[in-house]
Ligand binder design. Structure first.
Ligand code: CP
Length: 304
């Protein structure tokens, strides 16, 4: 039995197979419409979500399976003090696979250790968000035709943004990737990541001004300042609008640069950018369904 805790749980060859399957699902949805007949997905979300939870639910429904779960810790027995270890033992009696989001880093891993069914980390605190990374990689591979040879700008809250941490970990396995981290001083990417990049000899730069590096980027990954992870409201208010990607900044970018964002956005991408052909973030959310369909099939060992 396999779980998904980190994008690194799959080799790059396994990821290629997963993305091939996701692309085939996109082209031939009818072929997969009954692949999960009789199967049940549990979505156990201890933290709010729109995309991840609903795209998992959409994915299982499109595969012919059914969904149970909760979208709020307060409506589960966690509010009475039940541990994730006990909860997953119970969920294992009711479902065939579980997607879990938790505010505590490592909670899905603790659940996986006691689980009788595959557990998918659907985001744990500020740590990892592997299915968002699968979504990001599928989007890049499908729209650019490759996963190597990019200058990648990551902009915004690089300290608390778990999608950023997961994506960097995943991209370092591909050739000729150059990272440019664009953040205010207070929201710099954590040291353990820059240490890892130095150890592996992967080039990176850290800058504050987006305009300065915009012309060099092949991919721009914008992120929201993570209000829920700040200890201090004053710091959040000071930093929340530090970056706003607008039409003028887009004029500085390459004609084929892609703008990605895991969403939700607050103000960091102006709505005037939405109609720019380089804005890929809504398409990215659509790819999230295909990749989660492929992931469910893979972890349940169901052939399409
Ligand atoms: N991208 C993402 O994780 O969105 P949600 O928080 O809405 O699931």
């Amino acid at each position: 039995m396999r779980h998904l805790m980190s994008p690194l749980d799959f080799t790059t060859e396994e990821l290629d197979r997963l993305f091939d399957l996701a692309n085939d699902i996109e082209k031939h949805p009818a072929k997969y419409a009954h692949a999960c007949d009789g199967k049940i997905l549990a979505t156990c979300f201890y933290e709010p979500s729109t995309r991840t939870r609903l795209s998992f639910e959409s994915a299982m429904t499109r595969l012919g399976g059914r969904v149970i779960g909760f979208s709020d810790a307060a409506s589960s027995s966690a509010s009475k003090g039940e541990s994730v270890s006990d909860t997953i033992r119970i969920i294992s009696c009711y479902a065939d696979i579980c997607a879990m989001r938790h505010f505590k880093e490592g909670a899905p891993m603790v659940a996986a250790e006691k689980s009788g069914i595959p557990v998918i980390n659907a985001g744990d605190g500020g740590h990892q968000h592997p299915t968002q990374t699968l979504t990001d990689l599928l989007t890049i591979r499908t729209m650019k035709g490759r996963l190597s040879g990019f200058t990648v700008g990551l902009c915004g809250d690089l300290k608390f943004g778990r999608t950023v941490h997961s994506l960097i970990n995943a991209l370092v396995r591909y050739e000729d990737i150059h990272f440019i981290f664009i953040s205010p001083e207070e929201l710099r990417v954590p040291d353990y990541i820059t240490d890892m990049l130095r150890t592996r000899g992967i080039p990176f730069e850290e800058v504050i001004r987006l305009e300065e590096v915009m012309p060099r980027l092949d991919l721009l990954y914008m992120t929201r300042v993570q209000k829920e992870r700040f200890f201090n409201e004053e710091d959040y208010v000071r930093l929340k609008d530090f970056y706003i990607l607008d039409r003028n900044k887009m004029k500085l970018a390459k004609e084929d640069m892609l703008v990605l964002h895991p969403l939700p956005r607050v103000n960091e991408i102006s709505v005037e950018v939405d109609n720019d052909p380089r804005a890929a973030y809504f398409k990215q959310a659509q790819y999230g369904v295909y990749v989660r369909m492929a992931l469910i099939l893979t972890l349940l060992e169901i052939k399409g």
